[in-house]
Design a protein around this ligand. Structure first.
Ligand code: AP5
Length: 205
């Protein structure tokens, strides 16, 4: 049975190719809006580190750059979205990633008369993000940050996640943000979007 979600704040999705800067920008957004970030990739990695059953099931897919099956991912997100901290709204990073997941989320939110408010897509150049991830590999050693797996993750993104972006564009919920430049350049562009959507008022004092 699905847990009930009663978000009284915004439900925002951050989208983008591997390495686009979703996690980096999500931290800023969550901080200024005072909402939790829910990252499916981070939850899977934590479970892998803790050697849980969920982590064991996710590992083979993640290490191959494939999506973890919905039979694993959807129940996990359902539990997370039922936690008390989601009442003030939340930012989803890495979920949904497919049209099926987007439909699952829609049905989940509909149970509490809620819906996705805004989808921010960070648009980047593929060679630039591959470079970023190869740099990250040297610093963090993430097991899916080798060049062949990164390229495969990009293909999976183009095949499965980009069509989902169209689904949100058709509902006028998608805003594309240029993800090239420094972290701060991209953040300033996101601030403009949050202001335009009346989600945030910068304190210029
Ligand atoms: P996930 O953890 O979501 O990884 P990803 O989508 O591949 O994205 P990354 O974390 O690699 O990049 P990012 O866009 O967050 O960029 P970041 O800010 O880190 O998913 C991993 C896996 O989990 C999936 O492949 C799948 O197997 C599984 N999974 C997750 N969700 C799932 C779902 N819903 N269904 C099924 N399976 C799922 O930045 C990257 C690097 O660049 C960092 O080093 C950062 O410091 C740097 N950087 C960021 N911005 C800039 C900038 N502007 N200039 C220079 N460097 C920058």
């Amino acid at each position: 049975m699905m847990a009930e979600a009663h978000p009284h704040g915004p439900v925002i999705i951050i989208l983008g190719a591997p390495g686009a800067g979703k996690g980096t920008q999500a931290k800023h957004i969550a901080q200024v809006l005072d909402i939790p970030t829910i990252s499916t990739g981070a939850i899977f990695r934590q479970n892998m580190a803790d050697e849980t059953e969920l982590g064991r099931r996710a590992r083979e897919y993640m290490d191959a750059g494939e999506f973890v099956p919905d039979t694993v991912t959807n129940p996990m997100i359902t539990v997370r979205l039922g936690a008390p901290d989601t009442r003030r709204g939340y930012l989803l990073d890495g979920y949904p990633r497919t049209l099926d997941q987007a439909h699952y989320l829609r049905d989940f939110l509909a149970k509490s008369n809620s819906e996705v408010d805004l989808v921010i897509e960070i648009v980047t150049d593929e060679d630039e993000v591959v470079e970023r991830l190869l740099n990250r590999a040297q610093q963090e050693g993430r097991s899916d940050d080798t060049e062949p797996i990164i390229r495969h993750r990009m293909r999976v993104y183009h095949d499965q996640t980009e069509p989902m972006a169209t689904y949100y564009a058709d509902q006028d919920k998608l805003v594309q943000v240029d993800g090239m430049g420094t972290v701060d350049d991209v953040w300033q562009r996101i601030v403009e979007v949050l202001v335009e959507y009346h989600l945030y008022t910068p304190d210029n004092s």
